[in-house]
Design a protein around this ligand. Structure first.
Ligand code: COA
Length: 222
């Protein structure tokens, strides 16, 4: 069978726009579809919404004005989600997001392994801002479906997000990835982020945002 090429979205009507509540299911699906170090995690979960509850839902619910999607017509192809203040976000999550979710997802038994159990433990742990990253108080998640990758859309989504953070006066921003996702490591480095903290599983990339110096397009400055 002849392989079908992915659509060339550069030649179509794809555009970045603010998140709308009707995008919620698509955002959750992309979260799952990119949830295995950038690859498709659908086969790893019994409950396909769990990963979205941890990495998508709280931003959509608590920081909707810092959520942007890449959409082609009705089809959402990617997103950037985040918060301006990780400390306050953690507190709001505890009260308004993870707290209520715990009744629905009980703490797994210690012997339970697998991705569902891992996400349920994260729901019970809640989001805790890392004090070592306090100099970069905002954070973000960015994910694009394969059809939208490697075409500059990630860079443009990031620019849109950073522009909004600049309007809000955030001092800096960080994002977590890991050695299992070298493409994301290259992406953050190319976009002007620097690695500031590493553990065996995660690497924190950060960028300072100075209000007196509007954010520069890293493609121009690098
Ligand atoms: C990582 C991701 C957000 C990058 O967005 P993108 O639109 O693909 O990236 P861009 O086209 O804007 O490229 C920007 C830079 O990223 C890096 N990059 C992008 N695709 C890459 C690839 N396939 N391999 C290596 N580096 C890559 C390059 O450094 C590139 O700069 P260059 O083109 O000047 O070399 C996107 O590929 C993605 O969503 N991947 C799956 C989910 C994921 O890993 N999310 C991040 C979780 S932390």
């Amino acid at each position: 069978m002849t392989p079908v090429a992915p659509p060339n979205i550069e030649a179509t009507e794809a555009a970045i726009r603010p998140y709308r509540p009707a995008d919620r299911d698509a955002v959750y699906a992309i979260c799952l579809g990119t949830g295995d170090a950038g690859g498709d995690a659908a086969a790893l979960y019994r409950d396909p919404e769990l990963i979205g509850h941890v990495y998508g839902g709280p931003y959509l619910e608590l920081e909707p004005d810092l959520c942007f999607v890449l959409a082609e017509g009705d089809r959402v192809l990617g997103y950037v989600l985040g918060t301006r203040d990780s400390l306050r976000f953690g507190q709001a999550c505890e009260r308004d997001w993870f707290g209520p979710l715990r009744a629905r997802y009980p703490m797994p038994e210690a012997a339970e392994t697998g991705r569902d159990a891992r996400m349920m433990r994260l729901i019970h742990a809640g989001y805790r801002a890392d004090p070592e990253l306090a100099a970069w108080p905002a954070h973000l998640h960015i994910d694009l479906l394969p059809a939208a990758q490697c075409r500059g859309w990630g860079t443009r989504l990031l620019q849109r997000f950073l522009g909004r953070l600049d309007e809000l006066g955030a001092a800096g921003v960080h994002a977590l990835t890991g050695p299992a996702n070298p493409r994301a490591m290259a992406f953050y480095g190319r976009c002007g982020f620097a690695p500031v903290k590493a553990t065996p599983a995660t690497i924190a990339y950060a960028m300072s945002l100075r209000r007196d110096q509007p954010w520069q397009n890293p493609q121009q400055s690098g």
